[in-house]
Design a protein around this ligand. Sequence first.
Ligand code: GRF
Length: 217
Amino acid sequence: MSRLRLGVLISGRGTNLQALIDACADPGFPAEIVLVLANVPGAAGLDAASRAGIATATVDHKAFSGREPFDAALTEALEAAGVELVCLAGFMRLLTPGFVGHWRDRLINIHPSLLPAYPGLDTHARALADGVRFAGCTVHFVRTECDVGPIILQAAVPVAADDTPETLAARVLESEHRIYPEAVRLIATGQAKVTGERVAVAGAALPAATVNPPLGG
Ligand code: GRF
C-alpha cells in the first residue's frame, strides 16, 4: 500500500499534530507524515515530531521580507519532501492566494467551530456569548478567505450551562483529535472528493440527531 505523504504546518503546541502522528503510527493507516514544518522556532510540536522520528524544518516568517517569499519557502520545503497533502494544524499565519492556489484541494485545515459559524479567533468565547447549545470543530479544504472552504468533516459537541471558554475548548479539542486523522483517512482512500465547492464522502451513514438540553429532562 502506498501511503499519502503528509506535510504538517504548525505554530505551537501541536496536539492535533500528535493525533496525526498517533494515527500514522498504525501501519494500516493510509497516510504518513514526511515533514513537520513550523514558522516559530522552538514550537513544542517540533519535539513531538522529532521523538517520532519525523523530519522537521523551521521556516521563520520573521526572516522574510513579506508573505510571498515566506510562502514560496514553505512550498519549496514541502515539495522537496515530496508532500502530497498539506495539513494546517494550529498554523497561525495567513497564506497568500499564490500558496493556496498552488496547493488547491491538497491543503486542509482544522478549525475549532462549526463553520461557517465563528471563523477567526476566540471561537469558544463567542459561541458561549451567543448561548449556542452545540459547538464543535471542522476539517475543511483551504481557500483564500480565512476559515472558508469545502467541509470534509465536522464534530458537534454539547455546550454545558456552566462552560467557560476553557472547558468548552477542551471538549472540542478531544473531538478535533478524532476528526483530523479521520478526514486525512477519507482523503487518502479517495472516499472524500471535492466536487464544486462541496466534498462528497462515499459510503457515509447518517448519525442520529441529538438535542441539548435533552428532551423531557
Ligand atoms: C486547534 O484548536 C485548532 O483547531 C486551531 O488551532 C489549535 C491548534 O492546537 N486551528 P494544537 O497546536 O493542535 O494543539
